[in-house]
Design a protein around this ligand. Structure first.
Ligand SMILES: C[S@@+](CC[C@H](N)C(=O)[O-])C[C@H]1O[C@@H](n2cnc3c(N)ncnc32)[C@H](O)[C@@H]1O
Length: 375
């Protein structure tokens, strides 16, 4: 298989966590950049990233790049690619675009021009053209235009990798699974100490923690990835993906005496119902309880609290709420506490100095992951 340049996209602020993860997973030429992480490898490596990365949102493979200051040069650049390698006239196609500091600014127009070049090239060679299907395309192409430099990418996963397949129910302000995985990494949790999320909502942090601790590859619950619908998905790659899935399944460690205790609680009984249902779709053993934060108890041995409290933007919370929350969390003596905070009110209410504060984005909400060692 030929070597390709990949770009794993990541939520803003999670790029360093993704870089560390991809290095641990032994990918080659891993380098963090704005919005994601570069790495190189074969299609098998790209498939493995889809299966094994907890933090990547998409895995993109670069097909071409070049100078594209206007619509004509962009069209010509896209036409140089042998698209028939991945797309036949029977396949469906979707193209989307982003542009920054470029002559071309209208992203829909950029996507349209690129799509025209792709379908024209395929029609000229095969006598028929693929259809566009924005909702459920076989092949997804991304155009990234920055300072008149265009890069065209194929999306291996086909849809966002935060959709693991286990979350059938969501709470009021759910955290994406990919962001929860990055938060766990930034929290310093060693995957052995007991862990509690006392405002767990639908259980995303707790479930991601259990799956990480037991080496359950996040893509195992997915039926298939986008690249498995491409024209290039030949026998060799089918076999390679089956082997990757088998190896990942063999690495899973079942719940046992070595397993960390993972607990989730929430004041809302409906949220706990959702968390239990979500955990049941996996092999996770998590103790979920309906409990206000004020009644949550520290572990008898040093543990971790990792949590995503309500902030004004999405759930009602006021200063009194944050005061009570801070008081409850300060009672977790000997514990490491990581709070995904979307408001300065939480930091003020905590009154003790954080050990680290990491800037992260929860969707478009700017947040800080505040870490405290409670003594
Ligand atoms: C931002 S949501 C957490 C979402 C969660 N991370 C998920 O992915 O589903 C905040 C949660 O805090 C819970 N909550 C609010 N006040 C609480 C309290 N006093 N005690 C415990 N949980 C509380 C809410 O019910 C809500 O589920």
């Amino acid at each position: 298989m030929d070597s390709m340049d990949f770009f794993a996209t990541a939520a803003k602020g999670t790029e360093p966590a993704l870089r560390d993860e991809l290095r641990e997973l032994k990918f080659r030429r891993v380098r963090a950049d704005r919005g994601g992480v570069h790495f190189s490898g074969t299609m098998r490596d790209g498939a493995r990233a889809c299966l094994e990365s907890r933090i990547a949102v998409r895995i993109l493979a670069r097909v071409v790049e070049g100078h594209a200051p206007d619509a004509e040069t962009l069209y010509e650049l896209a036409r140089t690619v042998d698209w028939g390698a991945w797309i036949s006239p029977k396949h469906t196609l979707a193209v989307s675009a982003v542009a920054r500091d470029s002559g071309l600014t209208h992203t829909q127009f950029i996507a349209q021009k690129t799509k025209d070049a792709i379908v024209d090239r395929i029609r000229d060679e095969r006598g028929a053209r693929p259809d566009v299907d924005l909702a459920d395309a076989d092949v997804r192409v991304f155009v990234h235009l920055s300072k008149d430099h265009a890069a065209l990418w194929l999306d291996l996963a086909g849809e966002s990798l935060h959709l693991r397949g286990y979350r059938t129910k969501i709470g009021e302000a759910p955290l994406k699974e990919t962001l929860a995985a990055a938060i766990l990494r930034y929290s310093g949790w060693d995957r052995r100490a007991p862990l509690l999320d006392p405002m767990c909502g639908a259980g995303t942090i707790a479930i991601e923690a259990w799956l990480w601790a037991h080496d359950v590859a996040p893509g195992l619950a997915r039926r298939r990835f986008g690249f498995e619908r491409w024209a290039s998905h030949d026998e060799a790659l089918v076999r390679a993906v089956a082997e990757l899935r088998e190896a990942a399944t063999a690495r899973v460690r079942p719940q046992g005496s070595e397993s960390p205790r993972v607990l989730g609680s929430d004041i809302d009984a409906k949220a706990i119902e959702a968390a239990r249902a979500n955990a049941r779709s996996t092999s996770a053993h998590i103790d979920f309880r309906t409990l206000p934060l004020s009644a949550a108890q520290p572990f008898s041995t040093p543990g971790f609290v990792v949590t995503n409290p309500p902030y004004d933007e999405r759930l009602a919370a006021d200063d009194e709420f944050y005061r009570d929350m801070a008081e409850a969390l300060r009672a977790f003596h000997g514990h490491e506490v990581a709070i995904l905070s979307g408001t300065p009110a939480i930091e003020q209410a905590m009154r003790v100095r954080w050990t680290t504060a990491k800037q992260l984005w929860n969707g478009n909400i700017e947040c800080r992951l505040l870490r405290y060692s409670i003594r």
